[in-house]
Design a protein around this ligand. Structure first.
Ligand code: AMP
Length: 317
């Protein structure tokens, strides 16, 4: 099969021109936002986008706005040429993929007006993102007020504000018809869907199933930082989620019992738990007894790596 090197676009005006050029030819545009270091999870989103739209834009951009200064922005893995090769392998003859790889989406004036937060560099004790710490005067943020608060939002207070803002920027630059998000980041997917509804973006948001390694580990760019031992221990996440789902399907409706089952597996594997929550699939509010569709969400540290995973349970009682 013929493969095509994706076209790489680094400038946001050029990106917009490319998209508008495609649209003027009557083509529909799919967007797959990523932070690069692509794996099969990302590629499954790209494949789905290729089936849903005429051309696909894969953005590769590690968004400083969603990291706090204490998080792993500087060690986030990257392999740009490897990413291009993987995308070339995915694109079959006739399919068009462009890669949008901007240098800095928060730099509005070439860095001439660099503004930093005074005091300790962290906004005087306020929680800030890397953009505010060494920032360039960005001050407009998109908040999805309830959905951003629970689950990952508790330990990462600027994360979803950064995600919603960068996705808005990408939507405004790429102007896609459809955008793909992985259910691996369940809260992110729900939040973006809500943002699109609330702010009337004319973009369809598609949620894609979690791609897993053969042994069950949810694929993640961060897995590369796991030691062999921690990787083995981290299998307790997917294993305990599957056990909880099986137990719920056999009639266990108590979320306390199900959460305890997961917690004991994770603790038994020396995981440091951030949260284990069972929440309504749409509102992401905690549930005590399973009566309708829920999602079981886990975040836990193995060694220096924070991993997230989840499983939907659709039993009705
Ligand atoms: P990231 O590069 O981690 O920001 O992820 C980019 C997109 O890929 C997001 O929509 C993620 O939810 C999605 N994604 C990441 N890992 C997986 C996976 N294992 N399965 C499905 N989608 C994923």
């Amino acid at each position: 099969m013929e493969t095509r090197e994706p076209e790489v676009i680094r400038d946001k005006e050029a990106m917009r021109r490319w998209s508008r050029g495609m649209r003027s030819q009557g083509k529909t545009i799919g967007l797959v936002p990523t932070m690069g270091f692509l794996h099969d999870g990302h590629l499954s989103l790209v494949r789905q986008s290729l089936t849903l739209s005429d051309v696909t834009v894969v953005s590769i951009y590690v968004n400083p706005g969603q990291f706090s200064p204490t998080e792993d922005l500087s060690t986030y893995p990257s392999d740009f040429s490897g990413d291009l090769a993987k995308l070339a392998a995915v694109s079959s003859s006739g399919s068009v993929i462009a890669v949008f790889n901007p240098k800095n989406l928060y730099d509005y004036d070439g860095g001439r007006n660099k503004k930093t937060i005074s005091g300790d560099g962290r906004g005087g004790g306020k929680v800030v993102s890397c953009v505010e710490e060494g920032g360039l005067g960005h001050e407009t943020w998109v908040r999805v007020e309830s959905l951003e608060k629970g689950l990952c939002g508790k330990s990462r207070p600027v994360f979803f504000r950064g995600v919603a803002t960068i996705v808005t920027k990408l939507f405004n630059i790429v102007e896609p018809d459809v955008a793909m998000f992985g259910k691996k980041d369940y809260q992110q997917w729900r939040l973006i869907k809500r943002m699109v509804r609330d702010l009337d973006f004319g973009i369809e948001i598609v949620g894609s199933d979690i791609a897993r390694e053969k042994d069950g580990l949810a694929m993640s760019s961060r897995n590369v930082h796991l030691s062999a031992e921690d990787r083995q221990r981290a299998l307790s996440i997917s294993r305990s989620l599957a056990m909880a789902k099986a137990s719920a399907e056999q009639g266990q409706t108590s979320c306390k019992e199900l959460k305890n089952m997961i917690i004991s597996e994770l603790v038994g594997a020396a995981g440091r738990i951030d949260y284990v929550e069972i929440v309504d699939q749409e509102t992401l509010q905690g549930v005590e007894d399973i009566k309708s569709g829920v999602v079981v969400c886990v975040a836990a540290w193995f060694g220096t790596v924070r991993l997230i995973d989840n499983i939907e349970i659709n039993v009705t009682v």
